[in-house]
Design a protein around this ligand. Structure first.
Ligand code: F6P
Length: 324
């Protein structure tokens, strides 16, 4: 293939720019033309494209977000929009398409594969909810951002003997909350994947306080069924402890990408171009035990989550709580 397109879709994540740069640089070294498609599938429908040269991507690897932007396109899910997108790929002579995104973006990519388009999928979402791969781009930085926020806020809570409840992003996946909770030694964790009640959280905090903790920390995930305000209220009233609730929010999608997200972005960018140059397509890229791999894109949706209960139990052991 001599002309390839790249787009980002869904929520942006750190590492997308490093990946785009690696794609452009690898193409430049191999005389392959790169077309950047702005604003994901929506930009493809609107033919909002631009040629990407080495000069356009200089120094972008340290920036979060995506220079070609992203979107969640409703129109792409309609037949007419989908057809327009395919027509524009043909019109521009794009022979292979690299899609960087999460769950929804991969669904779109599979539809394109089924319509005969040559696609490579690169997992890019802070949520880490594409379960065929151990990591997706952005997850590592998002956790680092959450850990930094919790660490900073813990200091003022400690000075005031207050409890604090943090809510992490991640949609239905509790991975950001889990990794953050372990890193900060949270006193209680509530995630979608494990049945947990407000009373159990209060009991966890009571247990920590009986061991001398004066400013206990709860980490919960966005997808967890509990309401943060209710958790705050119950801690406050049952433990007579001033309690604050903090939604960590979009800071988890900002900040300088960690080395790990940059490295993954670079490795997947290089591999995606190499595969397309050999006409190997309809593949999803992933990483397992530090090794990058590829597998059929249309199969990855069937891989189920293996939630890290062992990490939950590390946290519980730390606080002398029974394992689950
Ligand atoms: O999928 C990434 C993510 O940041 C989720 O964690 C969160 O639920 C969602 O996107 C927020 O979406 P939006 O940027 O559309 O508000």
């Amino acid at each position: 293939m001599r002309k390839i397109g790249v787009l980002c879709s869904g929520g942006d994540c750190q590492g997308m720019n490093a990946c785009i740069k690696a794609i452009v640089d690898t193409c430049d070294s191999n005389q392959v033309e790169v077309i950047g498609i702005n604003r994901g599938y929506q930009g493809l429908i609107e033919n909002d494209i631009r040629s990407l040269k080495k000069i356009d991507v200089a120094n972008i690897e340290t920036i979060a977000g995506a220079i070609i932007k992203t979107s969640r396109s409703q129109e792409f899910m309609q037949e007419a929009g989908f057809r327009k997108a395919i027509d524009n790929l043909k019109l521009n002579g794009i022979e292979g398409l690299i899609v960087i995104g999460g769950n929804g973006s991969f669904r779109g990519a599979r539809d394109l594969v089924n319509a005969g388009v040559h696609v490579i999928g690169i997992p890019g979402t802070i949520d880490n909810d594409l379960f065929y791969t151990e990591r997706s781009l952005g997850f590592d930085t998002a956790v680092q951002q959450a850990v930094n926020t919790v660490t900073d806020i813990k200091q003022t809570m400690y000075a005031n003997d207050r409890a604090v409840v943090f809510k992490c992003m991640g949609r239905h996946c509790g991975d950001i909350a889990l990794h953050t909770a372990v890193a900060v030694e949270a006193d209680s964790l509530a995630v979608n994947e494990i049945e947990y009640s407000v009373d159990q959280i209060v009991a966890d905090l009571k247990n920590s306080m009986s061991h001398g903790v004066t400013a206990p920390v709860v980490v919960m995930s966005e997808g967890c069924k509990l309401d943060m305000d209710e958790v705050v209220y119950e801690i406050q009233s049952q433990l007579q402890l001033i309690t604050r609730g903090i939604e960590i929010g979009y800071v988890q999608r900002g900040g300088e990408p960690t080395y790990y997200d940059r490295m993954l972005g670079v490795r997947w960018g290089v591999l995606a171009v190499q595969l397309l140059m050999q006409d190997m397509t309809n593949l999803a890229l992933g990483v397992k035990n530090d090794k990058i791999f590829y597998c059929p894109l249309i199969e990855v949706e069937h891989v189920l989550q293996e939630f890290r209960v062992d990490m939950v139990n590390d946290l519980r052991t730390l606080h002398a709580l029974p394992k689950i």
